[in-house]
Design a binder for this molecule. Structure first.
Ligand SMILES: C[S@@+](CC[C@H](N)C(=O)[O-])C[C@H]1O[C@@H](n2cnc3c(N)ncnc32)[C@H](O)[C@@H]1O
Length: 195
């Protein structure tokens, strides 16, 4: 996905991450599928100590360049993992999975369960995924049905006494396509706090 392209993503942090995390005190964060580092840069600027993970070496290199350009290298560590096979060690105050989606076979439910296990007591899991296909998306994807936030929560198979559901909703977002066209997109958001 990343090879041979200048930049794939905007470099800006994901808006739902900013909405949710902007109100939280900084701590440790795990960014799963960090892409080109827009979220890692923003989190580090807010004072978080970030572990940023991706399977793509090219993505991690671009993330490292973005973090260096922002002057926050000291607060971001990079780890290359194929999350289908290995998961970073440790627990974190925030585990964030923003559009952690793959065109390849990907054991989404298992990875999200591992993500929940990596949340420290009192910490949060934030999962944001597509809930709609943009008008400029691949026509072959139009038939896709995305898991609802309720289905994602059920798939996590968590002890309800151990977690507080803070958000389970489908917020809208204004997005701009590759040719400058705009659309209102629906995302699926799950925000849980470990007791
Ligand atoms: C749609 S992009 C989202 C990137 C970033 N979170 C964002 O919102 O801009 C999905 C990311 O997940 C990564 N990814 C896909 N499969 C993965 C896997 N098995 N292990 C780790 N990362 C993976 C991709 O390389 C890509 O950077």
């Amino acid at each position: 996905m990343y090879q041979g392209r200048e930049r794939r993503w905007s470099g800006r942090p994901n808006s739902h991450l900013v909405d949710v995390v902007g109100a939280l005190p900084a701590g440790t964060a795990l960014d799963l599928g960090c892409g080109e580092g827009g979220d890692a840069v923003w989190l580090a600027r807010q004072g978080w100590r970030v572990t940023a993970v991706d399977v793509s070496t090219a993505a991690l290199e671009r993330s490292a360049a973005a973090v260096a350009a922002a002057g926050v290298t000291a607060r971001v560590e990079f780890r290359r993992h194929d999350l289908a096979r290995t998961f970073p060690a440790g627990v974190f105050d925030l585990v964030s999975a923003q559009f952690l989606q793959s065109p390849l076979d990907f054991p989404r439910a298992e990875v999200l369960r591992a993500a929940a296990r990596a949340v420290a007591p009192g910490g949060r899991l934030l999962v944001v995924e597509h809930g709609s296909v943009p008008p400029w998306g691949d026509p072959e994807h139009r038939h896709l049905r995305f898991p609802t936030p309720q289905e994602t929560l059920a798939g996590l198979d968590l002890d309800p006494d151990g977690w507080h559901v803070e958000r389970l909703d489908a917020p809208q977002r204004q997005a701009t396509g590759p040719h400058g066209e705009t659309a209102t997109l629906v995302d699926h958001l799950v925000l849980l706090r470990r007791r």
